[in-house]
Design a protein around this ligand. Structure first.
Ligand code: ARG
Ligand code: GLU
Length: 720
């Protein structure tokens, strides 16, 4: 009893201190005027919401680009020149690299437009407009509808709004759900398909600090790369063609060389991917204490193997560079997130908030009647969901992460067709496609790495639970008495899907033979077993309880708004264009540790360490820093600032976003968050959550002085 009351008073104490903070939030540009403009101006913003988003004239939103599928970029010249992060351009830079022309290691600079490199598949998307279509959608919803009927009605209404919006244009449109389906907004986009690589620093600058520094501060990474958008002669999107011309944007950002001071107003304009800040305590616990630890362990296994092989052979290093970076990035993010929630007592803070909510209900019988059982039902649903979500983590971070498994599954429709109809006329074109994809797959595949990873991961999959494990897994487990090293040796020596020659031979077999070969191919059988388990068992469970939870969250979020339990309402990130604003600020990272808000080039030399590859310093850069050859890019203090932190609320997808000052001038490129604040996708702690930006002056200095590509600077509008 005593413990309970102690806990209660602790919770009560926390609940008094629980509120949202001025820096928290990712705001919709069309709502800035009504919701944020005044606060932004009070914090120092010298322009208006109309300067950020306008449909009447060119505004900042016309210069913000969704880069590829998951990054942001900004237009910085009237010839379609864009800046994004090095880690966002990484896949493209890698695709043009070989052992002889190693742009990852040495960097790449097109010295004229003719030298710029095309990147098939890379898209640059610009928002034309957004519009609140909530009323148009909700008028199709009636109170008696089941969840499925509701979803169907939304889908139908959305697609008619979308097609109406793009009629007679080359635009594309999407209706997105906000606040778990309480609101809906239409996004109309123009999608450019000819995006060329213009420049990238060597990885020793663009990825300086590598995974050692990733998600951390202090940071000295020159994390930028330069691309250009091309259009046809009517300035419209077109597939790559020699006759395309640089895109003429409606707006491009001026760049400030003034730098920033502590407490300066800043904002970030970009495409944040996903946040889940309404998540209740039970959900936060599941993510940070159960799911993250499993994923972290499985990722570490893969990384160890990749790193080991990458050290032995430069060709493998290039093959696996992008894959490793991808695995390592969220591996570390998850560690930081779980740690941050623990250190900030996040789960109890959420509980305290839920107590506040219940307290509010107790004072309001009508609301109690409506919402009283909501939290309990959510918790019950979470426990029903749990076995499925854990099995999913093992599937996604385990079985699906084994490259040959993922690859072999791609043959499923072909194999099925061979069996169903050996004389099918679809087979030749299917073969052709599979042959092309084989070339792509094996270019970056190293069998020993994959087999070594499989030997580590396959035994872990036992934890999925018997009901989710495919027959072939169980069969091999008992045949090899749990010795998965032996089992893996067998698997990789008896499969078609581990080298290009085998696959080529396989594709020339008669359908009858295909059927026979496949029946005993362990990778094909295991992979398909895991995918069947995913589609037939895991996914239906996740969908069912996930949808139940979503609809409970829809009611919960509506209730929070109705009862004004939160004083600051903003929607979770969902890959739509948002503005986050805050101030340049240092922070207390730990007891007795205070971090300043900026770093300088001198710090690069301090970090240099021949024993740590991530801290290799390029000799030319070193010389230039030692000479303090900074020119107009130096700060008033005489140093070259490399990065700064601020309280802007950002997440994955904000990489490459323009970081702007009170006058809307570009002062930095967003590229990360600090370790202590990576939990901001779930909870934002204003004391610790900071976005990390590259100081634009370091970026320009590298382009101009280091790379000698000053002609690019001439395209930009530089303001003193
Ligand atoms: N953490 C940053 C982001 O989420 C940078 C990632 C760069 N990748 C890496 N493995 N260092 O994108
Ligand atoms: N590096 C991240 C990205 O790729 C941004 C960092 C974050 O998650 O805040 O978008």
């Amino acid at each position: 009893m005593r413990i309970k009351s102690l806990l209660l008073s602790l919770l009560l104490f926390l609940s008094i201190s629980f509120r949202t903070f001025a820096d928290e939030g990712m705001w919709l540009p069309i709502l800035l005027q009504s919701l944020n403009e005044k606060e932004m101006q009070d914090m120092g913003f010298r322009l208006t919401a109309e300067d950020i988003y306008s449909i009447n004239h060119g505004s900042m939103k016309d210069a913000v680009v969704l880069f590829g599928g998951g990054c942001t970029a900004e237009i910085v010249s009237d010839q379609g020149l864009i800046l994004t992060n090095h880690h966002c351009g990484y896949g493209s830079i890698q695709s043009h690299s070989s052992v002889e022309f190693d742009y990852l290691t040495d960097g790449f600079w097109a010295m004229s437009k003719e030298q710029e490199l095309s990147n098939p598949g890379l898209k640059a998307t610009i928002l034309v407009r957004m519009e609140d279509v909530t009323a148009q959608i909700l008028k199709h919803i009636t109170p008696g509808m089941t969840e499925t009927q509701r979803q169907e009605a939304i889908k139908k209404a959305s697609s008619s709004i979308e097609s109406e919006a793009v009629k007679d244009t080359h635009y594309s449109a999407q209706v997105k759900s906000f606040y778990y389906g309480n609101e809906f907004y239409l996004m109309v986009y123009e999608v450019f398909e000819d995006v060329r690589l213009v420049g990238a620093p060597p990885s020793s600058i663009g990825k300086f600090g590598g995974d050692t520094d990733n998600w951390m501060w202090p940071r000295h990474t020159g994390d930028f790369s330069v691309f250009r958008i091309y259009a046809n002669k009517d300035n419209e999107p077109a597939a790559y063609s020699k006759s395309n011309v640089p895109y003429k944007p409606k707006y491009s950002f001026p760049i400030s060389l003034k730098g920033v001071k502590e407490d300066d107003f800043t904002f970030v304009f970009g495409y944040p991917g996903t946040t889940e800040h309404f998540t209740v305590s039970e959900g936060v616990k599941n993510i940070t204490e159960e799911e993250n630890p499993i994923a972290i362990g499985l990722r570490r296994m893969r990384m160890d193997v990749m790193e080991k092989y990458m050290k032995t052979d430069p060709a493998i290093r290039i093959q696996y560079a992008s894959k490793l970076a991808g695995v390592a990035n969220y591996w570390k993010k998850m560690i930081g997130e779980s740690l941050g929630i623990r250190q900030w007592n996040g789960i109890n803070r959420k509980k305290a908030f839920e107590n506040d909510f219940m307290e509010t209900l107790h004072k309001n019988p009508a609301a109690m009647e409506k919402y009283g059982s909501l939290l309990a039902t959510m918790n019950e649903t979470y426990s029903k969901l749990e076995p499925y979500s854990l099995a999913f983590i093992y599937f996604y971070e385990g079985a699906y992460s084994i490259e040959a498994f993922r690859y072999a599954y791609g043959f499923r429709t072909y194999v099925d067709e061979c069996i169903a109809d050996p004389s099918s006329d679809k087979l030749p074109s299917m073969r052709e496609k599979l042959q092309t994809s084989a070339d792509g797959f094996f270019k970056n595949y190293h069998q020993e790495i994959d087999a070594e990873i499989a030997a580590l991961i396959l035994p872990q999959l036992r934890n999925m639970g018997n009901s989710f494990l495919p027959e072939w897994w169980t069969k091999l487990d008992s045949k090899y008495a749990g010795d998965w090293q032996k089992a893996t040796d067998y698997i990789y020596s008896s499969s078609v899907f581990v080298n290009a020659d085998n696959v080529k031979k396989f594709l020339s077999m008669k359908p009858k033979k295909v059927k026979k070969v496949i029946a005993s191919d362990p990778i094909y059988q295991l992979a398909n077993g895991f995918f069947d388990s995913y589609f037939d068992k895991i996914s239906p469970g996740r969908d069912l309880y996930g949808a139940e939870l979503d609809s409970l969250y829809r009611i919960y979020v509506a209730a929070l708004r109705e009862l004004k339990v939160s004083d600051r309402f903003y929607p979770d990130a969902n890959s739509t264009l948002r503005v986050a604003y805050g101030k340049v600020k240092g922070f207390e990272a730990a007891d007795a540790v205070y971090y300043k808000y900026y770093t300088t080039a001198d710090g690069i030399l301090t970090k240099e360490d021949p024993g740590i590859a991530d801290y290799y310093v390029d000799p030319k850069l070193k010389q230039m820093v030692q000479n303090k050859d900074y020119g107009r890019y130096a700060d008033v203090d005489g140093t070259l600032h490399t990065g700064f932190i601020a309280t802007n609320h950002t997440t994955g997808g904000n990489s490459g976003s323009p970081v702007l000052n009170a006058d809307g001038q570009l002062i930095g490129i967003n590229f990360d968050r600090v370790w202590q604040g990576t939990m901001s996708d779930l909870m934002f702690d204003p004391g610790k959550c900071r976005n990390v930006s590259l100081d634009i002056r370091y970026c320009l200095w590298v382009i101009d002085k280091y790379a000698g590509a000053g002609y690019l600077i001439d395209e930009m509008k530089i303001v003193k």
